[in-house]
Design a protein around this ligand. Structure first.
Ligand code: CUA
Length: 313
């Protein structure tokens, strides 16, 4: 991460950062000008109307229409400018562009988890491609948390029992701090993470790698998980009962009669073919109704399903 931040703001790395900073600077500078004017007036009045010798009565002036109009109208205009400007950016920050990729964000005591549409998940590290709008769909498992990435200028509450949403488009690769900014209990200050912005190629590679078995999980157990996650379970039982498709129990290594006549040895290649081209060799007694899983399963996942079926003796 570079260090081009100012005294007040960390370095900007999202498409919205420039607009947020411009509004921040406008409010900051107009407040500073107002502070200078009020302070100057106070000092001027202290000197001009300080007590000199014997007390005299004041002139009895109780108002000045011109001055009152000036100090009412000018600040009102400034406040309306801030409102309109802030409202416009607020809406922009909360309505994600149509082509955004979506990540589900879950906050809980005291960590963040991220679920990607590719079916993988990560904890305390959000990985996103650069130059791509990312919509975060967020909710909490317990109390109110708040998702804050200073470099992207986004901050949004994360609530239980309700979705909230914010989006960003990172403009530079790198690793950026993520904080929880809603006091959520003893380890609130440790509820921190990173947003890692990578190239599109690195992102694809990361998804590929992340979609493997959990650490310590056997490949067959991973296959058992996929059997449920990918809905194989809807049509294929593992207890020998015929469903819409044949049961997986005890088929590996045996011959299967085919609807088109003849038979086939149920081995790794046949299972793989049946997943990717289900209509190629339909088992006798079943309809060719299975959809192809081409593009829906990674090679590693097909391997895991094969191992799972092998394990069902
Ligand atoms: Cu979660 Cu503070």
């Amino acid at each position: 991460m570079d260090n081009t931040g100012s005294l007040f703001l960390p370095s900007p790395h999202s498409t919205m950062a420039g607009d947020v900073d411009a509004l921040f600077n406008f409010i900051y500078i107009s407040s500073a000008i107002l502070l200078a004017l009020v302070t100057a007036a106070i000092i001027f009045f202290i000197v001009r109307y300080r007590r000199r010798g014997v007390a005299t009565t004041t002139s009895g002036v109780d108002h000045n229409l011109t001055v009152e109009i000036v100090w009412t109208v000018i600040p009102t205009i400034v406040v309306f400018i801030i409102f309109a400007w802030g409202f416009k950016d607020f809406i922009r920050l909360h309505v994600a562009p149509g082509q955004s990729m979506q990540v589900k964000v879950t906050g809980q005591k005291w960590f963040w988890s991220f679920d990607y549409l590719e079916g993988v998940s990560s904890v305390n590290e959000l990985v996103v491609p650069v130059d791509k709008p990312v919509k975060l769909l967020m909710s909490s498992r317990d109390v109110i948390h708040s998702f804050y990435v200073p470099n992207f200028r986004i901050k949004n509450d994360v609530l239980p029992n309700r979705y909230s949403s914010v989006w960003f488009e990172a403009t530079d690769t790198g690793s950026y701090n993520l904080f929880c900014t809603e006091y959520c209990g003893t380890k609130h200050s440790e509820m921190i993470g990173k947003v890692r912005v990578v190239t599109t190629a690195q992102y694809t590679e990361w998804i590929e790698k992340a979609s493997g078995p959990a650490p310590g999980e056997s490949i067959a157990d991973y296959g058992a998980k996929l059997y449920q996650q990918k809905a194989c379970i809807t049509c294929h039982s593992v207890d020998g009962k015929a469903g819409t498709g044949p049961s997986f129990k005890g088929i590996f290594g045996h011959n299967a009669e085919l609807e088109a006549g003849g038979s086939v040895l149920v081995d790794e290649n046949y299972i793989r073919e049946s997943i990717l081209e289900p209509k190629a060799k339909v088992v006798k007694g079943y309809q060719p109704v299975m959809p192809t899983y081409q593009g829906l399963l990674k090679d590693k996942q097909i391997d895991a399903l094969v191992e799972y079926i092998k394990s069902l003796e």
